[in-house]
Each structure stands twice: as structure tokens, then as C-alpha cells.
Design a protein around this ligand. Sequence first.
Ligand code: ZN
Ligand code: ZN
Length: 925
Amino acid sequence: MPHELPKAYEPGAIEMRWADYWIKEKLFSVPTPPPGETRPVFTLLLPPPNVTGRLHMGHMLNQTQMDIIVRWHRMRGFITLWLPGTDHAGIATQMMVERDLAKEGKKRRDLGREKFIERVWEWKKLYGGAILDQMKRLGVSVDWDREYFTMDENLSRAVREVFVRLYEEGLIYRGNYIVNWCPWHETAISDLEVKHEDVAGKLWEIRYPVIGTSEFITVATTRPETMLGDTAIAVNAADERYTHLHGKYVLLPLMKREIPIITDELAQPEFGTGAVKVTPAHDPNDFQAGLRHNLLQINVMDEHAHMNQNAGPYAGLDRFEARKRVLHDLQEQGFLVGEKDYTLALGKCDRCGTAVEPRLSEQWFIKIKPLAERAKEAVESGEITIVPDNHRQVYLNWMNNIYDWCISRQLWWGHRIPAWTCGDDACKEIIVAREAPSKCTKCGGAKLEQVPDVLDTWFSSGLLPFTTLGWPEKTRDQAVFYPTTLLITAYEILFFWVARMIMFGCHFMQGHEQDAAIKKASGWGDKKNDSVPFRQVYIHALVRDAERQKMSKTKGNVVDPLEVIERFGTDATRFTLAAMAAPGTDIAFNESRTDGYRAFANKIWNAARFMFMNVDRIEPGLRPGGGQECPPHTRGVAGFRVATLEDRWILSRFNRVAADVNDALATYRFHEAANRIYDFFWGELCDWYLELIKPRLNHEEGADKSAARTACANLVNLFDASLRLLHPIMPFITEEIWQAMYEGKPPLKSIALAGFPQADEQQFDLAAETEMAILQDLIVAVRNLRAELKVEPKVKVPIEVFAHESEIRAMIEHNQGSVERLANVEKITFVESSLTNRAGARSTARFDVHVVFERKIDVAAECERLKKELEKIEKGTASGQKQLGNPQFMAKAPASVVENLRKQQQELAVLREKTLSKMKELGCS
Ligand SMILES: [Zn+2]
Ligand SMILES: [Zn+2]
């Protein structure tokens, strides 16, 4: 039966088919390993996309990198668990459904809480799977059997457990606090959810009359309407301008309220008048000052940012309308003394763009310092490493300056806070409990109402490393898979998510121990602490557009990964992101690169077809001779029988590339791994090796038949190993060809379960690499000369070769056929003296070659070429000399490096002589 591979490479058809196959066969599902397991374990948690999400380039990069690392571990024999799921995304999801309702002319309050939540669940059922379906198209090798949703019953139970425990430990408290309030969402949002934007505003100066004097104190503000809630004026104790006013009162204009003049560091003498108004209910700094001086907190706005009854005559007005009226009245009454243009950093809600209002409200908080201590230590001590290293300090700075975390949100969609208020007006007890209590623990009353707030979405996602493994029960899954091995994520959620996971993990998993045998096998034997949620964090770069601009909807430069996939295939898109992911730089995504990698896939496809054609002709039924089992048989290329120079060479090259790719992946140098494979597969295997073995494949008759068979078997084995090397980056095309190599009867269900090639040092062959390099130089030199002399492609030309050493001559003679064929040469004549001075000649340090062809060469062009050549030689000489003359370098460099450098210098000297003499001969200026 012939090997089946369609003529044209059509990624779309292949990719869908294999993505479905992997899921249907449950290839990436990981049952819990029983005690006694001694294989290493690799665990990775997928940063859960929002259930409202649509796949963007950031996901695509993130998931490509994760999938590469995951497949690589799996192929090296690790028990590899990649946990997928989605986040309920409180605000984002609620907004989606509210928008739908708005189309029907309804608000969520028209439905009521229960009906509204039902509606959200319906929405989730209909649309919540979209992002997961898109992930499937990427080929992500996650364990779909363990897919979770952050509001699943078991995860919700764990959330309640965590809340209650923290409350019982005194780490959760309720308090009046100034929070960032989004009037549109009607909820508190965290500092991290506020985006600051420079906008042109005004700075108004208002003067307050000091009671009992004829003086005024002038203050400046960008939000004059908040003055209605002022409860003090602050001056700095050291500011002598105001010493005589200490202890006096001012009369608050418009409200006619007497408020004290206090001394506080809030007032900085060098800013403006040195005096500031204090509005504890509407500014976070004033709030703190208010606590220091026991000031009244007067809230003048409601949750819609409308003025409330505390705003007197302005009650009921929207904040911006109130601002106009307040300014007008101040002006009229002679209190407004100045108006200046002013650029202010206006805080806006990250999701809806509404100007955030600092607002006093009752919220729930986590006392964060005790949790931050351990989280800081975990990174400082190296129990968790952060790559790249520069993010480590950013993390530590943040932990050092951390504020209590406001965890309550005034939303309906999310984990409702497990707290109930006693309805008895005299009691009002707050009861925090795992399950709904039936009566008040204090007064015994049965009128209990659950607190309406839900928890910040990051509260539940911060728990995922252990709650997805069965916590609060002690499970075998935790013993095996916790701590997870790695987290790959974006910088923008380092604090939102990564830091919170570390705090929660260190706290709730304190005392946890990973299964000792597994821990040892996985290489974590020396780590003291297993409470951390992951051993390592890799922060990936951003994907920008081709001009290095940040992608944004307003700029209209957002690249949709699904469109790119549609056009070039997932494999080519994955390869692009890997090849461009140099550490420390953002990726300037350029479709022309993706187009190039589609061509790469096509090249591999055609090479496979060429291979199958030969196998079917020479030895039908030939299968790869090894390399399937995982992890044995993964060193080098199994079943490869060295017969010729090109065999020795390609085998050596393969092993070097395998070594480099493994090194690169171990340190997240995705670009290096991708580029090494690309150069090997396209350049060395397809362009050179396939060409070099063609004569052997073509002489399948008589005595040469065994040579043809060997060449054929070598090719098959080499191809099998190369596909495995490429598989983590291009999973689809490698699966398709690999399955075809076994004609649908592979020894394993998928190449994804086969072994990842490791270097076999026995198969390194430096001599073969050196010899092959000389042959390649010779062939390329002749090709270039032919092009310069404009020799018709069909015409074979004779060449003359002068070899510097007899071994080189022997080697070239031995491979004469290859040179003749690949350089289109009629005949090689060896000469005994240098050919430098001949027109139509090229020189290297090891040989001179001359193409015998009757055509005048373009002297000017040749001189130009030689001049450039000379410059290159001199540059190389200078840099080598510099290194050899640098005592620091010489002290550190290994002997072999120095030896190579010296040899290179000698070669450059020879080449320089040759080039100069040729230039002289041609009369170049
Ligand atoms: Zn908002
Ligand atoms: Zn009560």
C-alpha cells in the first residue's frame, strides 16, 4: 500500500482533523498517578480566559508557548498535566448580559437578582464555550477531562471555605473605606482596574473666610463640587504663613458649616498656597488625613455619582451639573478667586471608561501584610523563580508597598460573600458561615439576609492552583501535582493574579508536601517548601503590530489570530510566534513572516512526498526503525546506518540541533529553538542532504540496490526524528506526516506521545562537519561564479581546483560526483598551483576554484566584490586580534576557543594575501 499524502499542503483540512482526533482519543488526559509513581511530573495551569473572551494575539502567544513547553515535557516522559478552564469574569460577564437586556429596554433590576443570574448562566451556556473552541483550533494539549469553570460547585465551595477561614483568622474585616467607584457599574473597583489618562482640566481657586478675622484661606481643587463635603482645611505645621491661624475655624462657603483648620503633612508649603481642603469621603489621601484627625466623613454623592441630601441645595444633581452650579454660586458670592488650565491624570474605569469617583462605602477587605510577607519570602529565597529576572524586583517592590485588598464588589454575578446580616434592628449581627445559617448566632432571630456583594473575580482565580486539585480535601492530586511546575503568563496580570496566587498558596498550602519520589524525579529535591503555587513563572512579551505599535481597537491595527490561522494555518502562525519570541523584546507581528513559515511547512510537505515516492519504489512498507517509544530510544537517530560523508554529516548535525533545541527550550528561548530547527530542516536536510542522496536513491538496480535501501531507510529514520523535534512547535503537519509514515498503523496513537530527540554524543562527527563545510563552500562558490559569468542553467561547465592540502584534494575527489551534480559541473581538474590570479576564480583558505568559461568578466564589478571581501577579511582580522590581545578574555576563554581563533587568524591571513594579489592582477584601484 502506498504512503498517502495529498499533493497539496492544505493546513486547514489537516489541522481540524488532528485537533478533533487528539480530543476524541483523550491523548492529553492525565489520570491521577497512584502512590509509587517514580516518573517526573510537569504541571501547568492555563491562565483561565474570561468566559466572555475571544481569542486575541496575546492568548495565541501565551498558549503557543505553553503548548510547546507542555508537549516537549510530555515527549520527554514527564507525566504532563495542563489544566484548562475559564473565569466567570464578574464585571465583564455582567456587562455582556446587561447590554443584551438593554436591547430589550430592560435593566438588571427589572429582572431581580435571581432571574438575572439565571440569565447569565443561560448566556454562559450559549456563548461561554467560544474561547475554548478557539483554543482547540490552536491544538493546545490540555486535559479537557479536567476542565473547570471558576463558578463550578466544588470551586465555589472552596472559595467559601477560604473566606470563612480568613475571617476566622482575623484577616478579613469590614470597614468604611474610600474606594474607587465606577458610577456606571455601581461597584467598587480595585486600583489595578483604574486607568489614568491625562486630560485637559481646570484648577479652581476658592477662598474660605476665617471665622473671627478678616482673612481668607485660599485652596485649589479640580473637583469643586466635593467642597460640599469638606470637613477641614489643612496647613503644614511648619508653614509660618499660617501659624497665627492654628486652631481657628473657617466658614465653608455655600454650606455655611464651620470646619477646623488642622495641621497635617497633607499640606505641602511648596505647593500653591500651602493650604488644602480636606474631604475625607471623596479623596483617598484626605480619607487618611481624616482618620488621623478624627474628622467627620461627609458623603455628598450616591452610587450613581449624583449629589445626595448631604449636598443641600445641590441634592439630586449629577456630579458634573453640580460642579457647574457650585462654580456659578461661588463666583456670584465672591469665593471663586481663580481658574487655570490644568492637565490632570483622570482615573477611568478600565472596562467602561467612566470617570472613577473616590467614594466612601462599606467594603470587605483582606489584611494583606501577613500574606505578603510569605509571598515575598518565597520569591526572595528562590523557591519561586521569575523569568525574565527583571520582573522579580518589580514584584518585590509591589509586595513591600502593598495595601489592604478590597475584595467586595457590588455586582450580582460572582461568588456571593458568605456573610449574613441579622434583620433584628437592635442586633444587626454579621454572621460569616460556610453554609446559610438558619438563625442569628447572637440573638437567635431567624430574619437573616445575605450580604448582597460578591467577591472580586481575582479572589477565586487566586486559589486555582490548589482548588483545581481538590482542596480543601487532601487529595492524591495535590500530592502529585502541587506545587505546579510553571506558570506562563502576561506581565499585565502579575499583580492581579500571580501575586495573589502566591499569597494564597503560601498561606493555605502551608505544611503541604509533594510526593517525595515524584518531587525527586522532577528535580525539586533541594526545595524546602512545597506551599508555593508554582516553582517558576515565565512572563512573556507583548505582541505588537508590524510597526511595533501596541494593538488597539481604536487604532484599528488589531490582528485577529483566527484570520491569520485561516490564511496560513495554525502551524505557521505558531511557528511565527515562537521564532519571533526573543527574550526581553516584544513581538512585532508581521504576516510576511507567517507566509514564510507556511512556505517552510510546504517545503517539509514536499520533502515528505519525495521520501514516500522513493520508499514506495525501492522498499514498499518501510517504516521508521526506532524512536517511537517515549522516553527510550530518543537519543540521536535510531536505525541510521552511516555509509557516506553526507550520512556522517547529517547525523552529526541532527544531534547538534537536538542538543541546542533542548537547551533553548529549557530556558524559554523559543526563537532559538525555532530558528535552529528551521535552518536544519530546510537548509541542511531538504536543500543539501536530500540532494546529496539522490544518486543512491536512483540506482536501485543490481549491486547498488542495497545502497539505495540504506539511503531510503536512513532518510525515513532521520525524517521521523526530525518530525519529533519539530512537533512541539508545529504539531499538526508533523502528526500528519508521521502517521503517513506508518501508513495509518503507528506504534503509538500520536507523535505527541513519541520521544523527543536528545543528542547522542556518539553521533557527533566534527571531521564530517568540517569536510562537508568545505564541499558546501566549493559548490556555493561555483554556483556564484556561474551566476556572475551568466552561464545558462542547462550548460555544464568544467572547473579547475587547487587544493591546499592533499587530504582536501582526496576528500573532494571522493565526493566528485556530488560536486558535479550540485554545482552543474562537467569535469573537475585538479591543478598544482594557485588559481588566485585567474579571472572567474574564487578562493577560500583551503582551496581555489576556477570556472572555465569563455566570457569576459566585468572587471569593475569583480573589483567591487573583491574590495568588499577584503573589508570583511580585515574586519574579521581586527576583531580576532582584539580578542587575542585582551588579557581578560584570554584568561577566561577555553583553550579550544583560543585555538580556533588562532587558526581562523591564519586562514584570514592567507585569504587576505590571495585577495590582494587578485586585485593587483585585475588592476583594481
Ligand atoms: Zn465601569
Ligand atoms: Zn441577631
